[in-house]
Design a protein around this ligand. Structure first.
Ligand SMILES: [Zn+2]
Length: 322
């Protein structure tokens, strides 16, 4: 009898032990999946903003950029997929100052309702912003990334928002932000050195739309766009005739098409003015394809990164004008 009781007790003991082991294992599995879910889900708009957020967030966040290479943010329409992505995001970063034309309204609505929405260009003091010569509905010129020093000012918006949403990563975000800031200041030095190679009288940039005024202001280049600040406006015959006369007067060698704007207009101007259209498109409102590595003048860069995009643009301009 005693043996029987002992046998039952052993069996019950084994059962309880197994149950405890199973439960603890399940706890562990839940913990692990919760750990994986802890990555902040971040949604971004333009490729430049996507790149900055990835640089600061590193492995701690998962970033989904809505606008790919070659996409024009001025005329961008929000898709059903975008709406779902925006709804599921922990944080949203966009460029701002009405670059994202119609989308800005959607983003502002979401910001009011749920918070967690940030315009990176809010990091720039208003006195550094340019008011376009041509009316842009009273808004500032949004193409601030043309000047790496100004773009670097936007990093703090990203690092602050990420740190607030994920305090345990704050130190990591801060370190990565500082490193990126340094890289952008070094890029500024690089651009200055290259632009100095163009004769002063030839420091004129004629492109498809007015996206390069910040670049022009930072490095002493006169800038003329065929279309205005937004690609939504059409260029008139008068604009075209004036631009042709200007190009002839300044005896420019090359004018430049843009990756996110149809080149038809700028090609027509070049034909009338008798100048070359650069064989390389400038990246104005979107970067190139990630992983497209360029080797030029003894260095290499990725046209799908912000730094690579600026280097590509500046090399194209300098080699076309000097
Ligand atoms: Zn633009």
């Amino acid at each position: 009898m005693a043996k029987k009781i002992l046998g039952v007790l052993v069996v019950v003991g084994i059962l309880i032990g197994s149950l405890v082991w199973l439960l603890s294992r399940e706890d562990q599995l839940i913990d692990e999946s919760a750990g994986a879910k802890k990555k902040l889900g971040v949604v971004t708009t333009t490729t430049m903003v996507t790149d900055m957020v990835k640089m600061v967030g590193g492995e701690r966040i998962s970033v989904s950029g809505l606008m790919g290479p070659g996409v024009d943010p001025h005329s961008y329409q929000v898709t059903f997929r975008d709406t779902a992505a925006l709804r599921g995001a922990d944080l949203i970063f966009y460029s701002g100052h009405h670059l994202e034309g119609k989308m800005q309204e959607v983003l502002e609505k979401r910001a009011k309702k749920h918070g967690g929405v940030f315009a990176v260009t809010d990091g720039i003091v208003q006195t550094s912003l340019l008011m376009p010569e041509e009316e842009f509905q009273g808004y500032y010129d949004p193409h601030v990334w043309g000047d790496p020093k100004l773009w670097a000012e936007c990093i703090k918006v990203v690092v602050n928002a990420l740190s607030q949403a994920d305090p345990s990563g704050a130190e990591d975000y801060q370190q990565r932000a500082e490193d990126y800031h340094k890289e952008l200041l070094a890029l500024d030095q690089w651009v200055q050195t290259r632009i100095a190679e163009i004769p002063v009288s030839q420091r004129v940039l004629v492109t498809s739309h007015d996206a390069f005024h910040y670049l022009g202001q930072a490095y002493g280049i006169q800038v003329k766009g065929l279309q205005g600040i937004s690609t939504n406006s059409e260029s008139g015959l008068k604009d075209r005739a004036e631009l042709v006369a200007f190009i002839k007067r300044r005896q420019l060698k090359t004018i430049f098409p843009e990756s996110s704007v149809n080149a038809k207009g700028i090609k027509a101007v070049a034909a009338e003015a008798g100048v070359k259209v650069s064989e390389h498109e400038l990246f104005s409102d979107a970067m190139g394809d990630p992983g497209e590595i360029v080797q030029l003048h003894g260095e290499s860069y990725d046209k799908g990164s912000y730094i690579g995009m600026i280097k590509h643009n500046v090399n194209t301009v300098v080699d076309g004008l000097k």
